[in-house]
Design a protein around this ligand. Structure first.
Ligand SMILES: [Zn+2]
Ligand SMILES: [Zn+2]
Length: 158
């Protein structure tokens, strides 16, 4: 006999020890769970049969309404997936823009976060803005002011 006190079996046994077996509420809950599980399984099995016989019945007029509905759902599903990708792309674009804005307002010299629209850091006077982004002349990697050597290619930056 394996000791699975900490496994699911043990947990369920442990719980049921606290719930009297002849308690109608407990019994009701158990039966509802069991029935739901079995009904789900039944649906899955019918769906599996449907998928397997689909190629044989797709031209059978008896199933025309259902086949038409499946085609309709497939079309809608494809459209929804395309739309989902577009929304995801929009969200990541927005995120990137927010990050860029955050970056353009954060002083490269002292890291002070400045209010929107200021051109110079209110803390140390460093020039702000992405137009002033420093790029390694050799490899194009962006670096912060005061960096002496490119972290990417090792070129001198001062
Ligand atoms: Zn600053
Ligand atoms: Zn470089």
């Amino acid at each position: 006999m394996g000791n699975d006190l900490f496994g699911l079996g043990g947990l369920v046994k442990g719980l049921s020890a606290f719930m009297p077996k002849d308690n109608p509420d407990t019994k009701l809950f158990q039966l509802q769970t069991e029935i739901n599980d079995m009904e789900d399984k039944e649906k899955e099995l019918y769906a599996e049969i449907g998928k397997r016989v689909f190629p044989d019945v797709r031209d059978n007029p008896e199933f025309r309404d259902l086949i038409e509905e499946i085609s309709f759902i497939k079309k809608k599903l494809g459209e929804a997936k395309v739309e989902l990708e577009e929304v995801q792309a929009t969200i990541s674009d927005q995120k990137r823009m927010e990050e860029e804005l955050l970056e353009s307002r954060t002083c490269p010299n002292c890291s002070n976060y400045n209010p929107e629209g200021v051109k110079f850091c209110q803390e140390c006077g460093e020039k702000l803005g992405d137009s002033e982004k420093l790029k390694c002349p050799s490899c194009g990697t962006v670096y912060t002011a005061g960096t002496r050597f490119c972290g990417e290619c090792g070129s001198g930056l001062l």
